[in-house]
Structure formats: structure tokens, C-alpha cells
Design a protein around this ligand. Sequence first.
Ligand code: ADP
Length: 505
Amino acid sequence: MDTANGEIPSVLVVDDEEGIREGSERILKRMGCRVLTASNGELGTDMISREPVGLVLLDLKMPGMDGMEVLQWIRDHHPQILVIVITGFATVETAIEAMKQGAYDFISKPFEPDQLRIVVARALEKLRLTREAEKLAWERAMTLADLGREKSRTRTIIESLPNGVVVTNAEGQVVLTNPAFLAELNHPPERPAGGMIHEYVTDEGFCKLVMDISQGCHIDFEDIQPYEFSISENRYLMAHAKPVLGERNECLGAVVNLTNVTTWKVLERLKSEFVAQVTHELRSPLATIHEQLALVLKDVMEQAPQKDRHLISRAQEKTRGLISTIGDLLDLSRIESGNVGKEMKPVRIETLLNAIVDFLGTRAQTKGQTLTLETPPDRLPELTADPKALESIFGNLIANAINYTPEGGRIEVRVEATGSGIRVSVKDSGFGIEAKYLDKIFESFYRVKTEKTRFITGTGLGLPIVKGLLDSLGGKIFVESEPNQGSTFTVLLPLKQTACEPVTV
Ligand code: ADP
């Protein structure tokens, strides 16, 4: 009997009296039952073996295999079948005995149709309830099995990921790791979860990031910066971390994906070394060509026809552009190798900015622009920093403001103290930048070309240099801009800057 699929089982009447068999069949069919009949015990058991029977009406007194034997056989082979014994007046005691042997109910002969209906209806109801309970249990078992399967599937996938995965709870305790994570951090593959994150990773910055995220400090920030760290010389990992949020947006912990970026770093270094070498080799001959051309062309220019003069000055402009690209590339290489920003000195930022504004003021004047520096009435705290790095940062930002602002525009440089450092903003009333380009302008060689800016020469390396220097100094840069209204580049500097680390720009 398959109770799980809800099929209604048949009722079998086993009785040697034909009248009882036929009468019962009629009544049961009217009750909507599928009915089978058998005239003796052997035929009855045979039928049960072949058909899905749920209920048996069983005469106790039959020639051959009697009712008690059939009952016993049913209990042994099909214990789920309900048996109602049919007894004569004289055998009530046998009926009681049959009940003890596991019959569900009994009915005495002769019986009225209603009596049979009541007993059978009760048994069918019992069958229905049993079937429902079995169905529920079956469904529950299936759900649990599915869940188990799903869980182990997810687990298998996490285990097979080539990237390291570690998950912590809200206390910063490790609750899940995968083999790639353990391997990357030189732990044995069988090392269990359970300890605090710093027991698995020694890098302080990494542990602080994971603890902050685990404790919910980053729930409102979409953008948690990837964190790069090295676990030994020549082995670098990049961590992308995110909070694990619950249904009510509460922080349950952190999940971190670790990628081994050693090969990428090596390639980057090779690329930088190559660029540095090539640019270095190119710089001197190019500068010589430029200077010698300038000398020769000084005389030639005066006699040359107008169209040739135009060509010659274009050529000169291009060599100047190349020299400036080479200079910027060399600066970038120096930043990448950590050879810039090492000479830490006390710096008065007002004095440094004043010198830059003075120097670039002439360029602004030729474009009819006003370039001003606003400093607070009180003396600003002194910075400990590399002045060359700061000159490069603010020189680039102010030069850009002049370049990308039309004639007659305004450039305002403002410096003020914040709680823990200095804020410098460079605001212009220039061409501005569309929002979609704001992230891109910090990438090497990226230049936004619009109708208004396409004729302005540049290398696309100024902002990557600025960003690279700030990254290595522990500073930050933000940009706000509105096309045709102007841009504001804001720099935040910590009071005490660390000596520059090599960074990837
Ligand atoms: P470059 O100025 O040599 O092109 P940068 O890296 O300094 O390279 O700047 C990248 C791009 O960002 C520029 O080409 C320009 O499109 C845009 N940009 C930078 N500063 C400004 C600014 N103050 N106003 C408008 N656009 C700017």
C-alpha cells in the first residue's frame, strides 16, 4: 500500500458465505470503496499479496485456513492493513481473542447494513488519518533530505573554490574556512574553525578590517576597499570583505574572499621596471632632440612659410608632450617602487601651498583666471611629511584646475584643520566632469575628452600620481564635479604621515 501518494486502498471481504460477501460488497461499493472478495483464507492472502489492500473484513470461521490464521499472516506480512473480524454469536470470545491478536474492530453476524457502514467508516477514517500522518512524515523527511543535500552541496562548492574563504561571527570568531584559505595561510587542512581571526591571520590591518566588519562598523558602507597584504616575502593576498547581514539588516559577522595576487604583483613589478627602464633610456635623447631642434628651428622658423611654421610648432609641441609623459611615467615608477616620499620633514602646509600658488599664478594670469589661497586665521598644525610628495600632489591638482577651466575662470585653494589632520580643497569654475568618469580619471592614461577639453594637452598620469602618493602617505582624495559648473578635489592628510610604501598605481 503506497500511502505517500494518497491512493485509496481496496477493501477485501474474506468470507465463505456467499451472501455475506455479496451483501458487504454492495454496501461497501455504495460507500465509494473498491471491493475485492475471497471465499477462503488462502484466496484472501493470495489477493493481499497481489493487490494494494487497506482494510480486510475477515470471517473467523472458515474451512481450511481459518480467520485467526489469516489474521496472523496479515500481522506478520502486512502489519499496516486494518482487519475487522466478522464473528457468529457463538464466537464473541474468539473475536476478543482476535482483537488481542491485533484486529482493529469486529462485527457480529448477522449485521444490518448500517452496522457495517459504521464499523467500516471508522476503519476508513483511521486509514485516512494514518495515511495523512505518513504523508506528512514523508514530506518532512524529504524536506530534511533536500536541506541536507543543499547544505552539503553548498559546503562542497565552498570547499572547492580556488579562492580562500573565511567567515567570522559578530565577535570576530572564525566559523567557517575552506581548504584554499588554510593553505594560503600555511595552516594544516584539518585545522578546525573556532578561534579568533588573529589566530589564523597575523596581519594587523587585515584583522582590524575583519573585526570592524564583524562588529557592524561597515553596514552602511556599500564600498569596502579591497585590502592587500603579504604573508611572507613574495607572497601577496588580496582580501575582499563584506558584512554578513541578517533578515533585519543586523550584522551577523564578516565574509572574506582571499585571492593570491602574487603573480599579478610580480607582473606589475616587471611592467614598472620595464617602463622605468624604457622611459629612462628615452628621456635623455628625446630632451636633446627637443633642445637641438629648438636651436635650429629658431632661425629657420622666421623664414619658413606659414604652413611649415605650423607643422614645425606642432612637432615641437609633440616632443614636449612626449617629454612630459616620460617625466610622469618616471614619477609613477618611483612611487610604485617606494622611492618617493621617504624624506619626512616638518612641513607648514600654508607655506608650501603659497609657493605653488605663486608659481602657477603666472599661468593662471595668462588665462585671465583668478587663483586664490584661503588659509584659516589661526596657525595650522605642522605636518610631518615628504614636501616633494606634497608639492607633486597639489602642483598637479592646481595645474589641472587651471588647465580645465576656461579663460576668466576662478580657482580657489582652501586649507583648514580637521580633528586629526589637514583638509585641502582645490575648487574651480571649469568644465567639470560627468559623474560616470569620476572613478576613471584616477586610472593611468585616462583622459576625458569632450568638445571643450579635447584640445588640452596632457598625459593622463597626473591624477594617478596624486592618488598613488596619497595612498602611500595614508591620505585620501575625493572629487565632486558638475559639468560646466566646475570641480572640487578635496585632499585629506593625516598630521603624521608614514614614509611611503611601494604602491600600485
Ligand atoms: P591630464 O590632465 O594629464 O590629462 P590627469 O590624470 O591629471 O591627466 O587627469 C585625468 C583627466 O581628468 C583629465 O584628462 C581631465 O579630463 C580630467 N580632469 C582632471 N582634473 C580636472 C578638473 N579640475 N576639471 C575637469 N576635468 C579634470
